[in-house]
Design a protein around this ligand. Structure first.
Ligand SMILES: Cc1ncc(COP(=O)(O)O)c(C=O)c1O
Length: 535
């Protein structure tokens, strides 16, 4: 709500209607507010409806309305929030009002209305459209994901197949976890062999595989010690614990005062402590309170780091390229500059390479592009060869030595099975020269994506085979692009509503990239053409 007639406001308050002001939306984010509104609208009811006055959108995007008022919402942001609700089967009616075609000469506002209607009606599957397993997932699963409408049943290399045996080219590779391709034969063989030899013993005992993985990881990364974990966020938690204890015990900062600096737009996972660093209101909404001791600075701004460091600062945690944040590539020299600032202030420089690491950006580690060796390094995703969750925190010996027996642990982390698969995954990366392939094919892919003439695209960016195409939010939503590509047999995923990521398995061939490029070009032409004909 931006404004009300006084008697209208009085009536609403008398009826006990919860009104969300635009100030509240600015503060908490539209996603959070809409999710509250959704909860209120669905409490004890069989159905609910949504009414949208188009003048809620900023007139720069939607000028053709009854009463344009500046500083309105972004269409893309509202469409995303509506799409979240559209999968609720209790949504039984929707209206879009306040459209004035007489002052909408170029059809700009009609396109906004169409996008909002698509978000409400078009995108998600209805109950009838959901196939057997999808319906089971909907009924019995937590609804914490909004998957694209496809159910995969098998995979091989860069391809996956759905229940109808339709083949898809995987241009997402499970957020870079499947860098080796689906079901890499050598890795599945090691998995099967180790699984039938020795799998999980806990770390109450030693196993013969893990020390070899430690050694190999240190050789490859130049780090001195490893603490194994399972998922990426667990390794990030270990990094936070290491930095805090190092700060308190080695640097001498009073324990309750230690501070870790992170960046706006970061993504390090979604545990409570990690969310304390997040700037994403939807991830945080409803999950507080969060632990103190974290400070956020703008990403890609080394001066901001220098300014934010205090005597209490123990570490700076950063992704070399922000992945979930929208494939944001910092200017070259940023990491080296940050590392130098940290060194000067006795602050640990910790790189989260869960997504960028292990060849994805064209080097084994993305920080190698700037010859930077961090004090702490976090790996995950591809370390499990696309088969198992395997992650690790690596560091200098003096940093790692803050851990004493009992300080940290995990029943499954460092199992013989995980270590055997990770060792083989590292061997395959090196032997199949996957980082080099990422450089060569990534350059080609980015160049060709940039060459596609589309009025929908704002920017193509990335490094190696971690590529993002940012779309103009007023022109098309990234989700729509992903759905169109899915229809044409290419799997991708949107991030931050406006960016579509292309991060295929690193075993992808040039021919397969070219195959995807043809489809991407056709889809953009179709969507761009649809836009032009609507205008
Ligand atoms: C940079 C980064 N750190 C941490 C994580 C969390 O990893 P996981 O999902 O395995 O917990 C992710 C996941 O996307 C990530 O991109």
């Amino acid at each position: 709500m931006r404004s009300f007639e006084p008697d209208e406001a009085e009536l609403l308050s008398r009826l006990g209607v919860r009104v969300f002001s635009s100030d509240e939306i600015d503060q908490r984010g539209l996603g959070a507010v809409m999710s509250d509104a959704h909860a209120i609208a669905t409490r004890g009811t069989a159905g609910f409806g949504i009414s949208i006055d188009l003048d809620v959108i900023d007139p720069a995007e939607a000028p053709g309305v009854g009463s344009p008022v500046p500083w309105g919402l972004e269409c893309g942001t509202l469409a995303t929030a509506l799409a979240e609700m559209s999968s609720d089967t209790r949504l039984i009616a929707a209206e879009i009002a306040e459209y004035n075609p007489r002052i909408d000469n170029e059809g700009q506002t009609a396109r906004v209305a169409a996008e909002l209607a698509t978000a409400l009606l078009g995108a998600s599957e209805t109950r009838e459209e959901r196939s057997g397993t999808a319906q089971l997932e909907w009924q019995y699963g937590a609804r914490n994901y909004d998957p694209l409408p496809v159910t995969l049943v098998r995979g091989k290399g860069v391809y996956v197949w759905d229940e109808q045996d339709r083949r898809f080219l995987d241009m997402m590779s499970a957020y870079s976890a499947v860098s080796h391709g689906h079901c890499h034969p050598r890795l599945t063989q090691v998995l099967a062999q180790q699984a039938s030899t020795l799998s999980v013993t806990s770390r109450a005992y030693r196993n013969d595989r893990l020390p070899r993985l430690f050694e190999r990881l240190c050789e490859i990364t130049g780090q001195e010690a490893v603490l194994p974990a399972n998922t990426g966020l667990e390794a990030v938690e270990v990094a936070i614990k290491a930095a805090r204890k190092w700060g308190a015990k080695v640097k001498g900062v009073p324990q309750d005062e230690v501070e870790i600096i992170a960046c706006e737009g970061n993504f390090h996972g979604r545990s409570i402590a990690i969310l304390a660093m997040s700037s994403e209101s939807q991830y945080r909404d409803g999950f507080g309170p969060f632990p103190p001791g974290f400070v956020r600075i703008p990403f890609a701004d080394a001066q901001a780091l220098e300014r934010a460091i205090t005597p209490r600062t123990v570490a700076f945690l950063v992704e070399p390229i922000q992945g979930e944040g929208g494939i944001i590539v910092p200017p070259s020299g940023y990491l080296a500059r940050c590392a130098e600032i940290c060194r000067r202030h006795d602050v640990l420089f910790i790189c989260d390479e869960v997504q960028t690491g292990l060849g994805r950006t064209g080097r084994m580690l993305a920080c190698e592009h700037e010859q930077v060796k961090p004090d702490g390094l976090i790996l995950g995703k591809a370390l499990g060869g696309g088969l198992l969750p395997v992650s690790a925190f690596l560091a200098r010996r003096d940093v790692m030595d803050v851990f004493r027996p009992g300080d940290h642990g995990s029943t499954f982390a460092g199992s013989a099975l995980a270590a055997a698969v990770a060792l083989a995954a590292l061997d395959v990366l090196l032997e199949e020269r996957l980082p080099e392939r990422a450089t060569e094919l990534g350059d080609h892919f980015i160049r060709q994506l940039r060459a596609i003439p589309s009025p929908l695209v704002r920017e193509v960016r990335g490094k190696g085979l971690l590529i993002g195409v940012e779309f103009k939010p007023e022109a098309v939503s990234a989700r729509t692009v992903c759905e169109k590509l899915l229809e044409r047999g290419v799997l991708t995923k949107d991030t931050h509503h406006t960016v579509v990521r292309f991060a295929p398995p690193l075993i992808v061939t040039r021919a397969q990239i070219d195959e995807a490029l043809v489809i991407i070009g056709e889809v953009l032409l179709e969507l761009g053409g649809a836009l032009r004909s609507a205008a």
